[in-house]
Ligand binder design. Structure first.
Ligand SMILES: [Zn+2]
Length: 302
């Protein structure tokens, strides 16, 4: 029976002719100096320097083939096999990825006492590895696995070992890597892959990430909202904010009347709400702003 899919990959929608004002590095440095409770909201553009490709191009268009949908993952063992087969290779890329200049710059900014919270749409864990102690992972993290039947949590590393044990000679050609720990494989390769069940109850395992068609847990949304509600400014880095769960935080910040600035290579859905935006490589721009911030000395420090 053909399945009718109600979920669509969201497209970037901006009001015609609405563009954020182009800011300067000096303006961004002043923004960082003037605020002490900045909530940072990040996306895939932070991790492109770490060898993890972005989901979307500069105009916000979806770059890759169809991702997996939550309902399909639940309903269809063939889809689960496909997911884990691709993840088997995608996870190896994630394990090797190191924090890049953007992660480092944001960790430095936090060390300067400017950041009151960091909310990321990324599932790669690289902000934490760069030294951020508390990160709200809006869409979860690939480093964890959940059993859908008994709720047991475990690590992705542990599952990888079990998958390697189950598939010692499985070596299809990898055609490409996607940003969420997903590799492109020849479709003919999947049936040869053996998946693992929960080590406790044998139930269905799912990565602890929010799939398309799945909701962000309420408690996590509430934690992100609190971070925005206690902030005095928002800095958006490396995201076009196409996905609602990220965009709504920018909207919440705008509704509160706190200033929003962005560093992003291309359009964002929040362009109409921004005080200013800097285009270009996020790590380079943030590094320049931090240098300017530091060279202005500590005269504005208490
Ligand atoms: Zn279980």
């Amino acid at each position: 029976m053909a399945r009718v899919r109600a979920v669509r990959i969201p497209e970037l929608r901006t009001a015609p002719g609405v563009h954020a004002r182009a800011g300067s590095v000096e303006e961004l440095a002043r923004f960082l100096a003037d605020h002490r409770r900045i909530v940072v909201l990040t996306g895939a553009g932070c991790s492109t320097g770490s060898g993890i490709p972005a989901y979307r191009d500069e105009s916000g268009r979806w770059r890759r083939r169809q991702p997996i949908f939550y309902q399909d993952f639940l309903a269809d063992q063939v889809m689960r096999r496909r997911y884990w087969a691709r993840s088997f290779f995608g996870w190896k890329v994630m394990q090797r990825a190191a924090p890049g200049p953007t992660h480092s710059a944001l960790a430095t900014l936090a060390g300067l006492g400017r950041v009151s919270g960091l909310v990321t749409q990324n599932v790669d864990g690289l902000h934490q590895r760069a030294g951020h102690a508390e990160v709200i992972e809006l869409h979860g993290g690939l480093d964890r696995v959940l059993c859908l039947d008994c709720g047991l949590g475990s690590t992705r590393d542990e599952l990888q070992q079990r998958l390697e044990f189950l598939n010692p000679d499985w070596a299809p050609e990898v055609l490409g890597i996607n940003p969420d720990g997903d590799a492109e494989l020849d479709d003919k390769a999947y049936p040869g892959f053996r998946i693992a069940g929960c080590s406790d109850c044998g139930g269905t395992l799912k990565p602890d990430v929010v799939f398309f068609g799945e909701s962000v847990p309420r408690s996590r949304l509430a934690a992100a909202d609190r971070t925005v509600e206690s902030a005095d400014a928002m800095l958006i880095v490396g995201t076009s904010l196409v996905v609602w769960s990220g965009y709504r935080l920018a909207r919440l910040a705008a509704q509160r009347g706190i200033p929003l600035a962005a560093v992003n290579n291309g359009l964002t859905r929040a362009d109409g709400m921004l005080e200013f935006k800097l285009e270009g490589d996020c790590g380079t721009v943030l590094g320049q702003a931090l240098s300017t911030f530091s060279s202005q000395g500590s005269s504005d420090q208490p």
